[in-house]
Design a binder for this molecule. Structure first.
Ligand SMILES: Nc1ncnc2c1ncn2[C@@H]1O[C@H](COP(=O)(O)OP(=O)(O)OP(=O)(O)O)[C@@H](O)[C@H]1O
Length: 254
C-alpha cells in the first residue's frame, strides 16, 4: 500500500535529509520506523502524505495505494504522490493514507468543535445523511475512548492525549488503507498503543509506526526499518532485526 523507492529529499542548499530511502508497507502490514532524533523519520512520513515543505526537491518514487477489498480487488491502484497536485493529494489523504502527527494540534482545525470535524470527515468519505454521520461520529469517539461528551469542545480545550485520540478518530473516519502514527507514545497516554493495536487489527489497516523507542516498535510491529542520517541502515523482520541479523553496515561509518 505504501512503496517508497529511492527517495532523496533536499531542503535548501543543505546535503540531502533523505538519501535513497526505500521502504514498503504491504496491505495490513505493520512496519516500525525507528532511528535517532533528526534521522529523517518524520520527513519520510510527510513525503508519503505529500506534505513536504514547499522548497523540498525530491527524486525517487512514493507510491501510495488504496484498500484491498475481499477477493484481492484493489480499490485504487498505486499512485506516485511526488509531483501530485494539491487537489489529488487531498483526495488521497484520508482515503488511502492518514497520519496522526506529534504536533500539539495534531492536524485539528482550532476553529471547529471536535465532533464537527470528525463528522465532516465521516460525511466526506461515505456520503452519509446527517443523522447517520452523527451516529457514526459518536461511535468513533467512543471507540477511541474519549466519548461523545468531548464533541462540543474545541481542540485547545482538550489535554494533548485526548487531542491525539480525537486525531486518531479523525484519521480513521475515512477508513484509510494505511495509518501513519508519529511518536504516539509520547503523550503520556498509557493505553494509546493498545488502542491503535485494536483499531488497525479490526479494520485490517496497514500501520507505519514511527518511534525512537524500539520497545514500542517491538510491541506493535512485525518489521522494523531504521534510518540513520537520512539513510535506511536496517530493514527486516523484527525478531531477526532485534538480533542484528538483518543489520546493514552504516554507510556513513568510517
Ligand atoms: N522544514 C524543515 N526545514 C529544514 N530542515 C528540516 C525541516 N524539517 C526537518 N528538517 C531536518 O531534516 C532532518 C530530519 O528531520 P526529521 O524531523 O525527519 O527527523 P526525525 O527522525 O523525525 O527526528 P525526531 O525523532 O526528532 O522527530 C533533520 O536534520 C531536521 O533538522
Amino acid at each position: 500500500m505504501i512503496e517508497i523507492d529511492g527517495l532523496t529529499v533536499r531542503l535548501g542548499d543543505r546535503p540531502p535529509v533523505l538519501r535513497r530511502v526505500s521502504l514498503s508497507v504491504a496491505p495490513g502490514e505493520r512496519v516500525g520506523l525507528t532511528g535517532a532524533p533528526g534521522a529523517g523519520k518524520s520527513l519520510t512520513a510527510l513525503a508519503v502524505m505529500g506534505l513536504l515543505p514547499g522548497d523540498a526537491r525530491t527524486s525517487g518514487r512514493v507510491l501510495v495505494g488504496g484498500r484491498v477489498l475481499v477477493g484481492g480487488h484493489v480499490l485504487g491502484g498505486p499512485r506516485d504522490v511526488l509531483g501530485m497536485r494539491e487537489r489529488e493529494l487531498a483526495r488521497l489523504r484520508g482515503d488511502r493514507v492518514a497520519m496522526v502527527s506529534q504536533e500539539p494540534m495534531n492536524g485539528l482545525d482550532p476553529k471547529l468543535r471536535v465532533g464537527r470535524q470528525v463528522m465532516l470527515a465521516v460525511r466526506q468519505h461515505r456520503g452519509l445523511s446527517r443523522a447517520e454521520a452523527r451516529t457514526r461520529t459518536a461511535a468513533l469517539l467512543r471507540r477511541v475512548e474519549v466519548g461523545p461528551d468531548v464533541s462540543g469542545a474545541y481542540p485547545r480545550d482538550l489535554p494533548q492525549w485526548q487531542r491525539q485520540r480525537v486525531a486518531l478518530a479523525l484519521a480513521l473516519a475515512r477508513d484509510p488503507a494505511t495509518l501513519i502514527c508519529d511518536e504516539p507514545a509520547t503523550t503520556r497516554d498509557a493505553g494509546v498503543l493498545e488502542l491503535i493495536d485494536w483499531l488497525v487489527t479490526e479494520r485490517r489497516t496497514g500501520l507505519l509506526l514511527i518511534s525512537r523507542d524500539e520497545d514500542v516498535v517491538a510491541r506493535m510491529c512485525g518489521r522494523v526499518v531504521e534510518l540513520r542520517g537520512g539513510r535506511v541502515v536496517r530493514d527486516g523482520p523484527l525478531t531477526e532485526a532485534l538480533e542484528g541479523a538483518m543489520e546493514r553496515p552504516d554507510p556513513d561509518a568510517g
